[in-house]
Design a protein around this ligand. Structure first.
Ligand code: NAD
Length: 341
């Protein structure tokens, strides 16, 4: 298969590309990425090292380039997005453009080029707080109502439902996944776990929103990309239009994560710094993964304890990668803390 991977220079996209290169020798991969602050060619294996991987620097909102790039591709895996909730609270414009309009442009091009599989990477953020229709807290199910609570989540919900409509209206073979919070190598350190790890290592404060009791289900990125590649290689038409939650059943609060990172690095708990709560902050995200487990036979394998240990080691042993992005991270940390004041 020739696979177009949008956002393939970002965190999950680049881990997905590595997974395909390692496990699917007959796949050719074309990464299409704008290289925003979150995209980084250093996330990918060096390009001349494999004839199976090529890169196009482009914007998914650029209709003409997207159409040219998609010609000759069999499948699209669409990761490209603005992804940080805090940034969406400061300015949602790019989120609407890339996440909604960009997805529309990709779906239209996919329809015209008769793409055989379009995998849209959505998020559990589209559900809002994990709860039953009566409001009782429980893991979200694929059939639950979408109640996004941030502009980021709303933009993802818009694209998620748009992708579904391209299956319902035009028969485009779409599959949608809604994953819980990812962690692992190559994650840009504006996100919680790499931010905590790097701040702990540099003896900086670990900012905790509100009371620190907001909880998320944490999935290692290797487990997530394994689920995605299984879904991508499902050619059965009865998979078209299906939505799958992807999660690891490992719920942890922000405060628990900060405490674990500090303890693992033998740092003082006094580095924890409570800041004013995030606007519209979701109390609990968790997903029910019965469907993907029963229909696809996938389940997460990496325990949080082992995954976080490996992730801390990865950040400790990749100083050149960190230096390459450090300045951007510091700039944003200042803004984020300012927002919390
Ligand atoms: P990321 O921010 O690390 O990477 C996003 C990538 O998209 C970057 O390489 C960036 O350069 C690229 N990009 C942004 N705008 C673009 C544009 N207009 N055209 C082309 N490329 C563009 O994000 P991530 O954490 O790897 O997330 C990937 C996808 O997975 C996103 O769609 C996100 O919503 C979804 N997701 C993420 C998580 C998570 O915990 N990180 C959880 C569930 C779902």
């Amino acid at each position: 298969m020739r696979i177009l991977v949008t956002g393939g220079a970002g965190f999950i996209g680049s881990n997905f590309v590595r997974h395909l290169l390692d496990h699917y020798p007959s796949d050719d991969i074309l990464v299409f990425d704008l290289l925003t602050y979150a995209g980084n060619l250093a996330n990918l294996p060096s390009l001349p090292s494999t004839a199976r991987l090529s890169f196009i620097h482009g914007d998914i909102c650029d209709e003409q380039t997207v159409a040219q790039t998609m010609a000759g591709c069999d499948a699209v895996v669409h990761f490209a997005a603005e992804t940080h909730v805090d940034r969406s609270l400061l300015n949602a414009r790019d989120f609407m453009a890339t996440n909604v309009q960009g997805t529309y442009i990709l779906l239209e091009a996919a329809r015209k080029h008769h793409i055989q599989r379009f995998l849209y990477i959505s998020t559990d953020e589209v559900y809002g707080n994990a709860c039953s229709p009566t409001g009782t807290s429980r893991p979200s199910q694929e059939t639950d109502t979408l109640r996004p609570l941030s502009p980021y989540a709303a933009s993802k919900a818009g694209a998620d439902t748009l992708a579904f409509s391209y299956w319902a209206s035009y028969g485009l073979p779409v599959i949608i996944t809604r994953s819980s919070n990812n962690y692992g190598p190559y994650q840009y350190p504006e996100k919680q776990l790499p931010l905590f790890i790097l701040n702990a290592l540099e003896d900086r404060p670990l900012p905790i929103y509100g009371d620190g009791q907001h909880s998320r289900d944490w999935i290692h990125v290797y487990d997530h990309v394994a689920a995605l590649s299984l879904l991508l290689h499902q050619s059965e038409s009865n998979m078209d239009g299906e939505i799958f939650n992807v999660g690891a059943h490992q719920e942890r609060t922000t405060l628990e994560n900060a405490t674990l990172v500090l303890k693992s690095l033998e740092k003082s708990p006094e580095q924890i710094s409570f800041v004013q709560d995030r606007l519209g902050h979701v109390r609990r995200h968790a997903v029910d993964t019965t469907k993907i487990s029963q229909q696809v036979g996938w389940q997460a394998k990496i325990s949080f304890e082992e995954g976080i240990k490996q992730t801390i080691e990865w950040y400790q042993t990749h100083p050149e990668w960190i230096e390459g992005i450090q300045q951007k991270q510091n700039d944003f940390l200042d803004t984020a803390l300012h927002l919390g004041e």
